[in-house]
Design a protein. Structure first.
Length: 276
């Protein structure tokens, strides 16, 4: 444990790996704590494997959405280079966002290719990693059918009821966030709502998606930023939700001859972005 820096979320996954019951919604995210437990090497392995899984899944999904090869490859590069996907050090490697996103993008890819059985199997895994995965798969595949998988976290809720864990109970601020999420969100984000460096700049080249945005892009962004009223994190939340849709929209609007340069400009962080 000395080699791992645990933020509040990660500390709860660590407790869950010991069999300790934790607060909602962390009680619903049982799969990785059950597999990795308190072994840093397992968490590191999952984190490392998630990167090529996310990148390849993004290409697979983008092709299913009708993108040509070059925009699909560029979209994958845009996505994995987003600072919110990397996240702050407090969620690396003990975290669920990246593995859940990697599984979800493959579920969405299977869905848009019409492969329903593998889509449902992978979506079930993703849901046990993070309970919101069916919503993101529905958003990325642009169909409501994946929402049926929300039955999985419902069953988990009935089987693993939440309890106030020591990480939450013994820290007044965390307890307040747990008991009053909306109020805590507005307090935490005070002064940030109109901060373009915090709310806009982390998208980098993906801002090109705002040129003639589709309905899917608009819905993804509204949902992503709307979530900020109930959480205290920022960049890693809105980019985990809208990242694939925005990355693909940007790749498709940029002229093909400029895609390589756009990827280089996007991947190189000219100024260290704020990620948490």
């Amino acid at each position: 444990m000395a080699d791992v820096r645990l933020g509040p979320d990660a500390a709860r996954y660590w407790l869950a790996g010991q069999g300790v019951r934790v607060v909602a919604p962390f009680n619903l995210r049982w799969l990785l704590p059950a597999v990795c437990r308190n072994d840093p090497r397992r968490w590191q392995a999952v984190w490392l494997v998630s990167w090529p899984l996310l990148a390849s899944g993004a290409v697979f999904w983008a092709r299913g959405m009708g993108a040509d090869w070059w925009p699909a490859l560029a979209a994958a590069a845009f996505l994995v280079a987003l600072p919110g996907i990397w996240g702050p050090v407090s969620v690396r490697p003990v975290g669920v966002d990246l593995p859940a996103m990697a599984l979800s993008i493959w579920a969405a890819g299977f869905w848009v290719h019409g492969w329903w059985v593998p889509a449902l199997v992978v979506l079930a895994w993703a849901t046990y990693v993070k309970e919101t995965s069916p919503v993101w798969v529905a958003l990325w595949a642009w169909t409501a059918w994946p929402l049926v998988a929300l039955v999985f976290p419902l069953v988990t809720w009935l089987a693993l009821r939440p309890e106030v864990d020591p990480v939450t109970r013994d820290h007044p601020v965390r307890l307040r966030v747990h008991e009053h999420p909306i109020r805590s969100s507005f307090e935490h984000h005070r002064g940030q709502w109109r901060n373009a460096w915090f709310m806009v700049a982390p998208w980098g080249v993906c801002l090109a998606a705002l040129y003639r945005p589709s309905v899917q892009v608009v819905v993804a962004l509204v949902l992503a930023y709307g979530l900020l009223v109930v959480v205290t994190d920022t960049v890693r939340i809105y980019q985990a939700v809208a990242g694939p849709v925005v990355a693909l929209a940007a790749a498709e609007v940029i002229p093909p001859q400029w895609l390589l340069l756009a990827v280089v400009v996007h991947v190189v962080w000219w100024r260290e972005p704020i990620v948490g």
